[in-house]
Unconditional design. Structure first.
Length: 80
């Protein structure tokens, strides 16, 4: 089994750690909706990205379910 040739000094450690700094993500604003999103990704709620339509799996079913739920009347309060 191989062994390290020499001990890693504190200056080596600091030089290596200098590249670990965090950078802020690139956030862009959608032209149509004005929503903020990561660059090179579709904005939330967008219908298309770079001229291509976006298909969200099950979105139609979710919309139908919400409409059905909103059309039902609220149950009356129970009188005791």
């Amino acid at each position: 089994m191989g062994l390290p040739g020499h001990r890693r000094t504190s200056s080596d450690k600091r030089r290596r750690a200098a590249h670990f700094a965090l950078t802020a993500p690139d956030i862009t604003k959608d032209k149509e909706t004005g929503a903020l999103h990561l660059s090179h990704r579709a904005a939330p709620g967008a219908k298309e990205y770079r001229g291509h339509a976006i298909h969200v799996k099950g979105q139609e079913h979710k919309l139908e379910k919400l409409l059905k739920k909103s059309k039902t009347e609220k149950p009356e309060e129970h009188k005791h």
